[in-house]
Design a protein around this ligand. Structure first.
Ligand code: AMP
Length: 194
């Protein structure tokens, strides 16, 4: 293909932020696996991953605590394509659609995409719950405190500061020692390459 045509048809890479969470099986391991699957996908590069946070479940309380994290990716995928990739990874990792807020092997959300506001039947960006969830805002602010919410016109750091102190206190960063104790070679090499 002549160079000029390739330049027109190829989409420029953009930055997106993804929320990752799990509370069944070995949650930290599953979040790591999801990061690795994202990074191995065509047209997606994971450029930052937050610490992992342990946090109490939303909704039914008779389920294990969650491990949550946020990843920053550079991608040439459009927002709907990126959502489809997240859903493919969820399915490949054994997630079945169950009760709302029920336990899950992996949950992947598209939080922010290139500063855009998107409303389609399948996709709402910014993610409609992100601004009041401490388990999203704390890891997001950790890696990108100036990430901008294009509807609320506030940064991730500002939105986190507005949450109740009690909400913020409920979140526990997972100690590095706990992470190292787990046996994912894949993620160890991922961490050491950061
Ligand atoms: P959940 O059970 O939280 O994984 O919700 C999945 C449903 O939310 C799917 O039907 C998606 O099409 C829809 N959805 C809408 N906006 C988003 C978003 N920003 N990120 C992930 N899923 C979304």
């Amino acid at each position: 293909m002549p160079l000029g045509v390739a330049a027109i048809t190829e989409r420029a890479p953009v930055i997106a932020y993804l929320g990752l969470g799990a509370n069944l099986g070995e949650p930290a391991q599953q979040v790591r696996e999801a990061v690795s699957r994202l990074n191995n996908a065509d047209e997606v590069e994971v450029t930052r991953v937050s610490s992992f946070y342990r946090n109490p479940p939303l909704g039914p309380q008779d389920q294990p605590w969650y491990v949550n994290a946020v990843a920053r990716v550079r991608t040439r995928l459009g927002p709907e394509e990126l959502l489809r990739l997240l859903q493919q990874i969820e399915t490949a990792m054994g997630r079945e659609r169950g009760e709302r807020w029920g336990p899950r092997l992996i949950d992947l959300d598209l939080l922010l995409y290139n500063g855009e506001v998107i409303f389609t039947p399948d996709l709402v960006v910014p993610h409609p719950e992100m601004h009041h969830r401490v388990f999203v805002l704390a890891p997001l602010a950790e890696i990108a405190s100036r990430a901008w919410h294009p509807l609320l016109h506030k940064s991730a750091g500002d939105l986190l500061a507005e949450l109740d102190a009690a909400d913020r206190a409920a979140l526990e960063p997972l100690a590095r020692s706990e992470l190292r104790a787990e046996s994912s070679k894949q993620f160890k090499s991922f961490l050491s390459n950061r």
